[in-house]
Design a binder for this molecule. Structure first.
Ligand code: NAP
Length: 245
């Protein structure tokens, strides 16, 4: 079910005539040399430098939507807006909003109404919740975001991607964190992964990594990747992977 904020009605993001299909999914994360996304207390760490920030901004500007899990919203309070004025202008010249649609995966509708992602910058927000979410919280959320209800206890990610496809979203960037990425990889929904590896060691067995969650036991379940590119960026290295089907 999709309900738009304010009007209460479903709206197609691009055009009624677009074919409905799942968006292609590109994951982008920055990790330390020891594979951690943040500290064990889930405190955000500056892992990359200005060239990588610019690359991530370009990647974001080239996507129709950008997604994070509620863990990332609560830990970092990101706005996920495009920062570079030239990139924003380019999007507008191409008939697109300044910022991609911002999507949060949040089974329990825990997102605070004052979260930056709901308030900073123009453009559509989508929050995907599960059926267990408190109706009062969902009603409040609808004042600021389009709400998708998918899944009973946790958000059903394939269904969310279907709904995003219906809205005309063709390319979706996922900015983390590790729990959401694991869920997407496990569901076979990820097409590409960019991992920036920075020149620090964060350490800690409980610090988040690229793919957390339960983990697989059988080797046959592991996701297999193909290395598409390797580039030295700032003081680290950028790996571009594609996910084998
Ligand atoms: P997360 O991946 O952002 O969000 C995970 C949450 O999403 C789950 O706990 C769950 O909460 C919700 N969810 C709902 N349905 C799901 C599903 N089907 N599969 C997976 N998740 C689902 O949180 P996180 O793993 O705690 O990561 C946050 C940390 O990552 C922070 O420390 C942040 O700084 C870091 N981070 C780093 C980078 C980087 O590039 N270095 C990028 C992003 C984040 P509910 O059950 O409540 O819905």
């Amino acid at each position: 079910m999709i309900v738009c904020p304010g009007t209460g009605e479903y709206k197609n993001y691009h055009s009624e005539t677009l074919m409905h299909m799942r968006p292609s999914v590109v994951v982008n994360v920055a990790m330390s040399a020891d594979g951690k996304l943040s500290t064990r207390e889930r405190r955000q760490v500056k892992i990359s430098g200005s060239n990588d920030f610019a690359r991530v901004d370009r990647l974001k500007a080239g996507c129709d939507a950008v997604m994070v899990g509620i863990g990332t919203v609560l830990a970092d309070d990101p706005s996920l807006t495009v920062k570079n004025p030239d990139l924003k202008a380019e999007r507008q010249q191409g008939g697109r909003p300044e910022h991609p649609v911002r999507v949060v995966i949040d089974s329990g509708a825990r997102i605070p109404p004052e979260a930056a992602i709901l308030n900073k910058g123009d453009g559509l927000r989508v929050v995907a919740v599960a059926e267990r979410a408190d109706p009062a919280r969902v009603a409040t959320l609808r004042e600021k975001a389009t709400v998708i209800t998918a899944g009973r206890d946790e958000v059903d990610l394939p269904r969310v991607l279907d709904e995003l496809g219906h809205m005309g979203i063709r390319r979706l960037m996922v900015e983390g964190g590790g729990t959401l990425i694991a869920g997407l990889v496990r569901a076979g929904l990820v097409d590409e992964i960019y991992t920036y590896i920075g020149s620090i060691v964060i350490s800690g067995k409980d610090a988040p990594t690229l793919a957390d969650g339960e983990g697989w036991v059988r080797e046959s379940d592991f996701a297999r990747l193909t290395l598409a590119d390797v580039t030295r960026v700032d003081d680290g290295v950028l790996l571009h992977w594609t996910v084998r089907r």
